[in-house]
Design a protein around this ligand. Sequence first.
Ligand SMILES: NC(=O)c1ccc[n+]([C@@H]2O[C@H](COP(=O)([O-])OP(=O)(O)OC[C@H]3O[C@@H](n4cnc5c(N)ncnc54)[C@H](OP(=O)(O)O)[C@@H]3O)[C@@H](O)[C@H]2O)c1
Length: 306
Amino acid sequence: MRGITAVAGGTGMLGGTVCQQLRAGGARVRALVRPTSDSRRVERLKRLGVETHPGDLKQPASLDALCAGAQAVITTASCMLSRQPGDSIQSVDLEGQLALVEAARRAGVEHFVFVSFPPLQGNFPLQDAKRAVEQEVLRGGFPRTTLLRPTFFSDVWLSAAMGFDAVKARARVLGTGEGRVNWITLEDVARFAAGALDTPRAWGAVLELGAEEAVGQLQVVRLFEERSGRAWEREYVPESALREQYEATTDPLQRSFAALMLNLALGCELDPRPAMDAIPVRPRPVADFVERVLAGQPLAQEEARG
Ligand SMILES: NC(=O)c1ccc[n+]([C@@H]2O[C@H](COP(=O)([O-])OP(=O)(O)OC[C@H]3O[C@@H](n4cnc5c(N)ncnc54)[C@H](OP(=O)(O)O)[C@@H]3O)[C@@H](O)[C@H]2O)c1
């Protein structure tokens, strides 16, 4: 039987789903939690039988204890959506993740799994941090590594919070809405992350994750319209405005958000087949996501809230 898997980011949407799937497979899981983590999410982890471990990516000593005796480490942590005082791309996504890699190496962890994203256009701090951590993971010292590069999450970017509102039947469309994306759900990304631990073809691999078909935002709006029988209102944010925002801002977080929005507008197509060949997961098409939203089924991000 596999040993302990330590998860950084387990109180988040993706990390929580990874913990859930690992526990469903009978794995022993230890998750990093902070005093400030959402108590409902911590309680949910405990209900799942996850051992919670206090710490913070900004406190290296807590990472040594997190990794002690662990066979694998999976990290999904990021400050982009979940921030406390002192959290920044520099302190969390770069230095915190590097400290975790180092702690895992010192502890003799066999397998390090890092969630990144595919190469995107532009220079921005989040992308710089992801690439630097990827390099550090690959530098050696782990018998197994897996770098996962999922594309845009449908649960996040096609949600009401981002202006894609199925209840009000209206969408904020970035750019022309024609840029194609291999949308993937949090749940499918979590399947790849959990699956990587037991799948030798995923060891030593850098895997881009997405659904087989790449679809533009406007096509997603049309899917919502067809399946709900309601016409949707569209509000367009021109590519020029997104580019201006990206070029004008110097704040690392704002610049990174602006870069992600611009990339979404331009489209982000990838070849998901190598990942599907390596790990037996078949990401569901975006039409499946649309149907689940319209049926009011809880999505991974709602379930992670407990
Ligand atoms: N959204 C997308 O479209 C997309 C696409 C590709 C890749 N990704 C990657 O997928 C991951 C997103 O995961 P998610 O959806 O689960 O994000 P999330 O819900 O925002 O969760 C972030 C997690 O990071 C933890 N965290 C933040 N700062 C920390 C710190 N200083 N010390 C310890 N933990 C800290 C949070 O802990 P607390 O609960 O304590 O705050 C939380 O558990 C990120 O790595 C992101 O780059 C996202």
